[in-house]
Design a protein around this ligand. Structure first.
Ligand SMILES: O=C(O)c1ccc(O)c(O)c1
Ligand SMILES: [Mg+2]
Length: 581
């Protein structure tokens, strides 16, 4: 299917937008009027620029507050429309979006609306222009897509059709099945936007929080399927108003939009992910030194070394950590290895979603292993078991720690939605709970993703909406079969390694739950879910950008101890104050 995007969806000047949109592989654009008005280039030049880039101008928009107005205003509105038609002729655009009237001057009268839109269509046709009427979710009288269609149907003019916009339809909770009752040739255009579920005024929700398909909670595949069933043959066009996208890199956002449409097409075709990861093969940490000591204290043993690179393998049970001494950076999580049932399939799938394989140095004897970059730069490797042979024959060390439970990464503010889409579409993880957590100097937004509800690959994406100077922390959570035993040993042998937990926390915890007093003595945090599942966890201090969490889940507990995260954040900040007093 043809793919388009509204210029309002990305940052930049109009010519920057066009270049980035073409580079991302789109076929066409919706020109948002404001982008043209503020451009120093005349419409003819924009037309030529788009043509040179191989882009069609599929729509010009929006034309507002036209229909159902008293007589004198109608004449003025038709005059206003004539001007738009002339601009569109210069631009080479032949479809005008008219959104339903929001003005207090509009009259509640469908016959009148149809009559006015018919007049508009007649004038448009004289310029070779067609008109697509769209119900804004906050339109004064027309705010439902089937209402807009009824008016279009009553007007009965070949140059008048409707424009469907997934946000306006789904934000109001309308059932998109009704789309199938509209003749496909009367659906002149389809705009797609997703959004997170928010209880707020629908206009504010639309203007600030729209996002690309797959980044929110709407079922866009279902809506598109109904539209295709109706016989719609036009483009899938992204129309996103988003405060962060307006500030983010133009090319990056355009590429992300293209990725969302490729993933959506895959969903429409019923394609399942070729290789959803089944576990963590390893987590790789850059910068060594102290890290080896910490891993030793946590019960890990150095069980191998890479044959050709300065990389050590530390293991305990099925938990494997690589320490990479290349470069001189502060300790940080640089890569994640995922057990992939079909690594080459996973890599091909990633490439089809615009995540190219990273260039890597590889000695002839090294096992083949490919990685792609996550939006925050973390390398994601798709592994079978061959990679382990590069580290020699060493056996895993026994210990309480059994495997990597989850990995938490801090995302750049403007790329949080991009990260969510990456983990969902490229890796096949499903979004789980989203939370907002208080930090002493801001608010932390967090989204958990996993290979299935309760699956073996769990990732937590955080964005730190805190003051400048905050370290983007990352952490690796290690599962233990006996957290109290691990805690006792650490408390006895390496007390400085553990994050101290305030007594106030235990005073409150003991009032809420009947817990073992040893939790307080050991500095162990506790959570319980509504089914009685329990979560015991503790944290190490931060080394460079990384810290470790040790966790024990019992009784099917699926969360991450979110209730305790603010305690952890406050203690971490106390150790590393970010504001000069
Ligand atoms: O927010 C708006 O005004 C607006 C304008 C044009 C659209 O197509 C739309 O969906 C919303
Ligand atoms: Mg729209």
């Amino acid at each position: 299917m043809r793919k388009s995007i509204a210029t309002v969806s990305v940052s930049g000047t109009l010519t920057e937008k066009l270049a980035a949109i073409a580079a991302a592989g789109f076929d066409g654009v919706e020109i948002f009027e404001n982008d043209l008005l503020v451009s120093p280039h005349p419409p003819e030049e924009i037309r030529a620029r788009a043509a040179d880039l191989g882009l069609t101008i599929d729509l010009y928009q929006p034309f507002r507050d036209f229909e159902c107005v008293p007589g004198p205003l109608l004449a003025a509105n038709l005059e206003r429309a004539e001007h738009k038609f002339r601009v569109m002729e210069r631009l080479g655009a032949d479809l005008l979006l008219v959104c339903s009237n929001v003005s207090p001057a509009t009259i509640r009268d469908d016959d009148l609306a149809a009559e006015h839109l018919r007049l508009l269509a007649e004038r448009a046709a004289e310029h070779g222009v067609r008109v697509a009427y769209e119900a804004l979710a906050w339109g004064r009288h027309v705010n439902e897509y089937l209402h807009a269609w009824r008016v279009v149907n009553m007007a009965d003019h070949p140059a008048l059709g409707t424009c469907l916009d997934s946000f306006h339809i789904l934000s109001r909770g309308s059932d998109p099945i009704g789309i199938e009752a509209i003749p496909g040739e009367k659906i002149f255009f389809l705009q797609l936007a997703d959004a997170p579920l928010l209880a707020m005024d629908v206009l504010q929700w639309s203007r600030h929080h729209r996002c690309f398909p797959g980044q929110g909670t709407f079922d866009l595949a279902r809506l598109v399927r109904h539209t295709l069933n109706a016989g719609y043959a036009g483009p899938l066009s992204l129309e996103v108003f988003n405060d962060h996208f307006r500030q983010a890199g133009t090319g990056r956002t355009a590429r992300d939009g293209m990725r969302s449409l490729i993933a959506l097409e895959g969903e429409l075709e019923g394609a399942s992910h070729p290789s959803v990861p089944t576990g963590f093969a390893f987590a790789e940490l850059g910068g060594t030194g102290e890290l080896g000591e910490v891993l030793g204290a946590l019960g890990f043993a150095r069980t191998g070394a890479h044959a050709t690179k300065p990389v050590e393998l530390w293991s305990q049970g099925e938990a494997r950590l690589l320490l990479n001494a290349t470069g001189t950076q502060a300790p940080a999580l640089v890569a994640i290895g995922l057990d992939s049932p079909h690594p080459t399939g996973a890599v091909k799938h990633a490439e089809s979603l615009l995540s190219p394989v990273l260039p890597r140095e590889r000695a002839p004897e090294d096992a083949p292993l490919d990685a792609v970059a996550a939006p925050d730069g973390t390398e994601i490797f798709f592994c079978d078991t061959a990679w382990l042979t590069d580290f020699g024959p060493g056996a895993a060390a026994p210990g309480e720690i059994t495997h990597i439970d989850h990995v938490a990464l801090t995302q750049p503010l403007h790329y949080f939605d991009e990260a969510a889409l990456f983990y969902r579409s490229v890796l096949g993880l499903q979004p789980q709970e989203s939370l907002e957590l208080p930090d002493p100097y801001g608010l932390l937004r967090s989204k958990a993703m996993s290979s299935a509800p309760g699956g073996d690959v769990r990732m937590v994406l955080n964005i730190a909406q805190v003051g400048a100077g905050h370290t983007p922390w990352q952490h690796v959570a290690l599962a233990t079969g006996d957290l109290l035993a691990t805690a006792r040993r650490l408390r006895a042998d390496h007390p400085d390694l553990l994050l101290p937990i305030p007594a106030n926390y235990y005073d409150d915890l003991e009032a809420r739950h009947d817990v073992d007093p040893e939790l307080r003595e050991l500095g162990v945090l506790y959570d319980r879910d509504e089914h009685g599942g329990e979560f015991l966890h503790l944290y190490t201090i931060t080394i460079g950008r990384v810290f470790f969490e040790i966790v024990q889940r019992t009784g099917g507990y699926q969360g991450y101890g979110a209730l305790n995260a603010p305690i952890r954040l406050a203690v971490q900040h106390a150790g590393q104050p970010m504001m000069s007093q």
